[in-house]
Design a protein around this ligand. Structure first.
Ligand code: 5GP
Ligand code: ZN
Length: 117
């Protein structure tokens, strides 16, 4: 499904690199961030290798929307809706993107400041 052999997230999707999975379906996977920035820090990742927001194609719109549906499912499952959570996409180098396979950060379990750093 458009996997990139040099991509760490594609390897996690293919299960050749281990990760603490918290959700998986046909189109997406979610796992705990290896370097958590909050008590809950989950990465929600499409199984299709899409490099960044700029690389999203017209046909990917439903897939990208599905990632937010996964976030909602995880939020409900873990009771995050009352306290709140933050969703982040770092897009491009200046935003701090380090893994070039698009992903949503779901951060929760503490208060976050605004604006972000
Ligand atoms: P970015 O900076 O690209 O928005 O986010 C990449 C995130 O992926 C970082 O928060 C980083 O800690 C996480 N990460 C990088 N490599 C791995 C890995 O091999 N396993 C897991 N679980 N997370 C990773
Ligand atoms: Zn990938």
């Amino acid at each position: 499904m458009g996997h990139d052999s040099d991509c760490i997230f594609c390897k996690i999707i293919e299960k050749t690199v281990p990760a603490k999975l918290v959700y998986e379906d046909e189109h997406a996977i979610a796992f705990e961030d290896i370097n958590p920035q909050a008590p809950i820090h989950i990465l929600i990742v499409p199984k299709k290798h899409i490099r960044d927001i700029h690389s999203i194609k017209h046909m990917d719109r439903e897939l990208i929307g599905h990632l937010f549906f996964v976030a909602q499912t995880l939020g409900e499952k873990r009771g995050l809706n009352n306290s709140g959570y933050r969703m982040v996409i770092n897009n491009g180098r200046n935003a701090g993107q380090t893994v070039f396979h698009i992903h949503l950060h779901l951060l929760s379990g503490r208060a976050f400041s605004w604006p972000p750093g």
